[in-house]
Design a protein around this ligand. Structure first.
Ligand SMILES: [Zn+2]
Length: 471
């Protein structure tokens, strides 16, 4: 096996930073060494990568992506191939995507379908959560089987999308009880979909069909209410670990903070779109352009303090993780399905490539420390979702590494840095400090010198263990 030395950089972990060299043996980290120590130990690496003046951090872990997801009469535009290559360009070395079961269909068939989409097509490692879109005897049995045999230890339920993926409170409770027994974690899309559907129908009937009404028909109260209800159900189900996905609103965050203060196993994530984009500046653009920013939960008004509160929540660990909810659609022919009716616009924003860049900008802006950047984007998502060998640089861990140049800059946009399979960027024209320099996946360089040099098929399926936080 060949050895690689990443020399001269500053290694950032969730707990601190120090000048250190990283010795890689084959696919794993062999040692973290004092600068220059390799030579004094007589180690002669096969390859040396100069990381002078750069940060050396664990590769990004994005635990919320949707590649090739059939929805709204179309399919999200990144395949596992294009999406994982874009992720690599952004310093991400592991994704966890959502295998999906819908009501009446078999969970096992849903999972098999996702394996088929991904196998042999990924440039980086990947795992799956399982969406349970129809809670019944069969799917409950399958949940236990997946935990015991398939390395799937988290299940996503929906309080939104009645008639599509929605579960009622009784179904949610049953699935939570099942997870509580097996040790699994429940992820929740927390929006009151029954009430939202009423507001949507009323808006369309009034002729309020522009993209901005996507946000006003999904008010913060209905995110906060569903978050509260999910927390209570999780408590009743034996304090099963609960993870609220794509949190967008101060009111919902307050529910999470209250639950955490009460000692419940409640976690939450937010996404770059909620930290940077708003109803006024993006979704409410004149004409149909706002469709580019239709996602659920929706972008919120900047006149309240959602973005400030979300950054604060990240600092205080009320929000444990930043993911992207990467669910890209092209504007042409895909977002355009909703011209004249915002409720028909496919829900989703592509962002898998830009999370490390955008959250690093939070470091530059003084919102987060470098350590917290690493923790929320890499270490905690790996620990929380049982990715044993990911998210840290320490002996025995997979050699998934991002070498980050803090002196570089990155311009995001379709004619600049943009490798996702979309005809627009939600972050068009954003200029961020810092730059992805080199990316390694299990010891293999996959991005260097502004080129993708990895290989489709290199990425492996990772069986996940139970959440490291709670067992
Ligand atoms: Zn999602």
């Amino acid at each position: 096996m060949s050895t690689t030395l990443l020399s001269g950089g500053v290694v950032i972990s969730a707990t601190g930073r120090r000048a250190a060299d990283v010795l890689i043996d084959g696919e794993s980290i062999a040692a973290i060494l004092a600068p220059g120590q390799a030579a004094s130990l007589g180690v002669v690496p096969d390859t040396t990568i100069d990381a002078t003046d750069k940060y050396v951090v664990p590769g990004g872990v994005d635990v919320h992506t949707h590649m090739s997801l059939p929805t709204s009469g179309t399919e999200s535009s990144d395949t596992f191939e294009t999406g994982t290559i874009a992720a690599a360009w952004g310093g991400v070395t592991t994704i966890v995507d959502f295998a999906t079961q819908t009501a009446g269909l078999s969970v096992h068939d849903g999972l098999a379908e996702w394996h088929e989409k991904a196998a042999g097509n990924c440039a980086i490692d990947y795992g799956f959560h399982q969406v349970i879109g129809g809670v019944d005897e069969e799917s409950l049995k399958a949940m236990t089987y997946l935990v015991d045999n398939e390395g799937i230890t988290s299940f996503k339920l929906f309080m939104a999308y009645p008639g599509v993926l929605y579960s009622d409170d009784g179904q949610i409770l049953r699935a939570m009880q099942n997870a509580s027994e097996s040790g699994a974690l429940i992820m929740m899309h927390a929006e009151n979909g029954i009430a939202i559907d009423v507001l949507v129908q009323q808006a369309i009937a009034r002729g309020d069909t522009d993209p901005r009404f996507h946000s006003t028909t999904r008010p913060v109260e209905l995110e906060a209410e569903a978050t509260h209800r999910a927390i209570q159900l999780a408590k009743v189900a034996g304090n099963v670990p609960l993870y609220i996905v794509h949190m967008s609103a101060s009111e919902a965050l307050a529910e999470v903070a209250a639950a955490q203060n009460a000692g419940l196993n409640v976690f939450a994530e937010t996404c770059p779109q909620y930290l940077y984009l708003s109803l006024e500046d993006h979704l409410a653009q004149p004409g149909f352009d706002g469709a580019k920013f239709v996602c659920s939960t929706p972008l919120r008004t900047k006149h309240e303090h959602h973005q400030n509160d979300l950054w604060k929540g990240l600092r205080m660990n009320q929000l444990a993780v930043v993911s992207t909810d990467h669910c890209p659609f092209c504007f042409k022919d895909q977002k355009e399905l909703g011209v004249g009716d915002f409720s028909k616009i496919p829900n989703g924003i592509g962002g898998v490539e830009h999370r490390m860049e955008l959250i690093y900008q939070g470091v530059v802006a003084g919102e987060l420390s470098l350590e917290r950047w690493v923790e929320t984007c890499s270490t905690t998502p790996a620990r929380l979702f049982g990715l044993e060998k990911k998210g840290v640089l320490e002996p025995g861990a997979d050699a998934d590494v991002l070498i980050w140049d803090p002196n570089g800059t990155t311009t995001i946009g379709v004619n600049d840095k943009h490798h996702m399979n979309m005809d627009y960027s939600a972050y068009e024209g954003f200029v961020v400090d810092g730059k992805v320099d080199t990316v390694l996946s299990r010891g293999t360089v996959i991005v260097e010198n502004d080129s993708f040099v990895g290989r489709v098929g290199h990425g492996k399926y990772i069986k996940r263990s139970l959440s490291n936080y709670l067992r």
